[in-house]
Design a protein around this ligand. Structure first.
Ligand SMILES: NC(=O)c1ccc[n+]([C@@H]2O[C@H](COP(=O)([O-])OP(=O)(O)OC[C@H]3O[C@@H](n4cnc5c(N)ncnc54)[C@H](OP(=O)(O)O)[C@@H]3O)[C@@H](O)[C@H]2O)c1
Length: 290
């Protein structure tokens, strides 16, 4: 049985993934910003499955201090780490620009920088547990928001201090960063037995709806479920579990998976020079460089 770390395991696709993994007998360590919410989800899963082995750690990806404390708590617990699922994400399409105490735009910080730091700090655990996997949650939006130019890394404005702010575009670009990160991680670590893949859950209206108001909410709740790409949380979580554990993916990495099938992600996501640049820059922004 594997030990699997799931970020943002208290709700949404993360919570459903925790339920599925625990049901298969794996040891699940879920993280939550609000530990009480994480514990409550663990309690609900245990009520359905008394033998479920679930631990809860506090993690706010928007705080480097919190990320470091979470990695330290994981190491102190002495658990192996067979799979790390970088699931948690901020999605605030209607929100104004916000920044972290460390000075970074909140989508970029939470979705990319926080996971870059967490995974970097736990690389030795993943190496020690090899063959191991990292599953990074992507999004079809990584390619860009329909009706706007394709997403590219805007190196001189990663934190949206110059361009007019748009929450959906900030989310989209953060998911491009996540995708570049996953492919670079796979190139760097495959020789040490760690493989990294990206999962796009397609569109899951049931969890998206929480982030919307007004007409957008109505559309998400009643129209989106009719789209051919709409998925239930259960189906989307099954895709995450597939990427995490399915034997057919043993030794495979650098894939972008939709409905358990590898497809091409955007051209920008395959620019290796950009992935290497993002890695070095992120190391420096999170305080790992030198
Ligand atoms: N739903 C979709 O249609 C869809 C489509 C494409 C991709 N995805 C991706 O799938 C993944 C799961 O999405 P979901 O729909 O399940 O989202 P969700 O229901 O909004 O859950 C997001 C999770 O991330 C956590 N989170 C947000 N900001 C955080 C931070 N700064 N630090 C730590 N945790 C944080 C949330 O914690 P709180 O409970 O404290 O807020 C929550 O646990 C995400 O990576 C998302 O980008 C989803």
């Amino acid at each position: 049985m594997s030990t699997v770390l799931v970020t943002g395991g208290n709700r949404g696709l993360g919570a459903e993934t925790v339920r599925l993994l625990a049901g298969k007998g794996h040891h699940v360590v879920l993280t939550a910003r609000d530990v009480a919410q994480g514990e409550e989800h663990a309690r609900v899963v245990r009520a359905m499955n008394p033998s479920a082995k679930i631990d809860v750690l506090a993690l706010d990806l928007a705080s480097f201090a919190s990320v470091r404390a979470c990695a330290e708590a994981y190491r102190t617990a002495g658990w192996p780490l067979h799979v790390l699922i970088a699931n948690a994400a901020r999605y605030a399409p209607e929100g104004k620009r916000e920044q972290t105490a460390d000075g970074h735009e909140l989508h970029f910080a939470s979705n990319h920088l926080g996971h870059h730091l967490l995974i970097s700090l736990l690389l030795d655990r993943l190496r020690a547990s090899a063959p191991s996997r990292v599953v990074v949650m992507g999004s079809g939006l990584h390619a860009g928001v329909p009706g706007t130019p394709p997403s590219v890394m805007e190196w001189d404005d990663l934190d949206w201090t110059k361009a007019p702010y748009d929450g959906t575009r900030a989310y989209a670009r953060s998911k491009l960063a996540c995708t570049l990160f996953a492919y670079e991680l796979d190139r760097r670590e495959r020789e040490r037995g760690i493989r990294a893949n990206v999962v796009s859950p397609r569109v899951v209206p049931a969890t998206l709806v929480r982030h919307t108001t007004g007409m957008r909410r109505f559309f998400t709740q009643y129209v989106m479920p009719l789209f051919p790409i709409a998925r239930t949380p259960e189906r989307a979580a099954a895709s995450i579990v597939f990427a995490a554990l399915d034997p057919s993916l043993e030794g495979k990495g650098g894939l972008y998976l939709e409905d358990d099938v590898a497809i091409r992600s955007s051209p920008a996501s395959y620019v290796e020079a950009d992935a290497a640049k993002l890695w070095a820059l992120s190391d420096s922004l999170v305080g790992l460089a030198g």
